[in-house]
Ligand binder design. Structure first.
Ligand SMILES: NC(=O)c1ccc[n+]([C@@H]2O[C@H](COP(=O)([O-])OP(=O)(O)OC[C@H]3O[C@@H](n4cnc5c(N)ncnc54)[C@H](O)[C@@H]3O)[C@@H](O)[C@H]2O)c1
Length: 437
């Protein structure tokens, strides 16, 4: 790197982190303070690519490696990257090789949910920091393991719940916490998404040329290739993900936990089914309602695939319902709906507050800053684990039909063997859960 660019980065990052090089603990961190952070992306198709391109808006981040089990997508993204940056990067089909690559400082894990845990933990073990997509992992057991790995190997993990870096979310939650809407008795969270109406079963076929399908399946159960279960729509199958609940629920319920400053419910009940589109090929319900009991208030989750007229006529959002008013937040704005008594508002009226920033860019910037400062990022592994816990408990309550009791001290569902089984990771050989010790 030319010394002028190095000097620029060194000065700007020292200022941003409030650090001097003399205070940095290791040679590696001294290098990081001086040079661009070298990123390797695992899973390049959709969100992983969005995360990378967001990071690359910063002059102190460079991409040095891409990895995907689908060579078609990998080659397409490599060509796009070369066009964008003028540079070729190292390409891998096996993420373990990318993690072994000494020229990579930090990895983005943009693979489907069943492939979050192993890359994230291996990367921590290799001394790399990790930006991992939400939900943190596909089972409660894997989520706990990632949290343990971040601590044990002293790594920065940022989970892709990018609302956590969004200014209008922070402003709305500060309003809730100011007491202006009175004590909050209910937090509603929801996603009503217009997609997923037409999704008929398709026959199993040979995997497309250039796809390492066994590696795509990884720890998930073996089965023939089916296009429905592949890129993007893997979301509708329990083997790889958890439907709308782990997709949008991981974002919206996170805001409820953040606003109420809580981590785990006492108990969970759920109901729902494939009511709207019974012939939809997926496993996950198109309709589901979940209630999380917190003793003094409830958190509600509601999902609906194929319809968009959600609560407050928003297709997604979070509503904090207090005695004096309701604060409603979505990705574009937030507002206060005051309660009315005898013709007067019980909390101050205010105009709708619009979001003005790119929250994903703020979130990836925060990750880069924390790699240098070694401070906790806006969405560390514990925060990702807490909301993934809610998503998985909701899905497990739905799948078993049981009311689940969660014991926070033990970190487990109590007195329910079938639910406990669904909280665990069941890996296909030769993949095993790594030991973090
Ligand atoms: N934060 C957000 O707003 C947001 C938005 C969309 C998706 N996501 C999350 O991002 C993740 C990916 O979703 P998507 O829509 O991008 O999925 P996708 O199917 O479009 O892309 C996943 C990519 O990972 C690749 N892959 C699978 N196994 C791999 C392996 N072992 N090694 C390397 N590559 C592998 C696939 O071939 C594919 O190219 C999911 O966990 C999803 O929940 C987050």
């Amino acid at each position: 790197m030319p010394s002028s660019r190095r000097d620029f980065l060194q000065k700007s990052t020292q200022l941003a982190a409030g650090l001097s090089l003399a205070t940095l603990p290791t040679t590696a961190q001294q290098r990081l303070a001086a040079d661009a952070i070298r990123i390797g992306l695992i899973g390049v198709n959709n969100m992983g690519w969005a995360d990378l391109t967001s990071m690359l808006k910063n002059p102190d981040a460079v991409c040095v490696a891409l990895c995907d089990v689908d060579s078609n997508v990998l080659n397409k993204r490599a060509a796009e990257l070369e066009k964008k940056t003028g540079k070729k990067v190292t390409l891998y089909n096996d993420f373990r090789k990318l993690i072994d690559d000494k020229s990579v400082d930090a990895v983005i894990v943009g693979t489907p949910d069943h492939w979050h845990c192993l890359p994230a933990v291996y990367a921590c073990q290799a001394g790399k920091d990790v930006y991992v997509e939400k939900p943190l992992a596909n089972s409660i057991e894997e989520c706990d393991l990632i949290v343990a790995a971040a601590k044990r190997y002293n790594r920065i993990i940022q989970v892709g719940q990018w609302q956590r870096s969004g200014e209008h979310w922070k402003a709305a939650l500060a309003y809730v916490q100011s007491g202006k809407i009175g004590p909050v008795r209910t937090v509603k969270t929801w996603a009503f998404m217009g997609y997923g109406k037409e999704f008929p079963p398709k026959p199993d076929v040979a995997a497309p040329a250039g796809v390492d399908y066994d590696m795509w399946l990884g720890p998930a159960p073996n089965r023939p290739f089916n296009p429905n279960r592949f890129h993007g729509s893997f979301r509708y199958y329990w083997d790889y993900a958890g439907g709308l609940m782990t997709d949008w629920g991981a974002h919206m319920i996170d805001v409820a936990l953040w606003g109420m400053n809580v981590a785990a419910p006492r108990s969970v009940v759920a109901t729902g089914g494939k009511f709207g589109f019974p012939d939809h090929d997926g496993d996950t319900p198109d309709t589901m309602q979940v209630v999380y009991d917190y003793g003094k208030f409830s958190v509600l989750w509601e999902q609906s695939l194929g319809t968009v007229r959600g609560p407050y006529d928003r297709d997604h959002g979070v509503a904090f319902i207090g005695n004096l008013g309701t604060v409603v937040i979505d990705r574009g704005k937030w507002e206060v709906l005051p309660e009315v008594e005898q013709g007067r508002y019980l909390s101050p009226a205010m105009p709708i507050q619009k979001a003005t920033a790119n929250d994903l860019d703020a979130h990836t910037r925060n990750f880069l800053d924390c790699i240098r400062s070694r401070k906790q990022p806006n969405c560390p592994a514990e925060v990702g684990r807490n909301v993934a816990l809610h998503s998985h408990l909701g899905n497990i309550a739905y799948r078993t039909g049981h009311k689940l009791v969660w014991e926070a001290e033990k970190g487990m569902i109590v007195d329910d063997t079938s639910a406990q089984q669904l909280a665990k990771a069941h890996y296909r050989s030769p993949w095993t859960l790594p030991k973090v010790s």
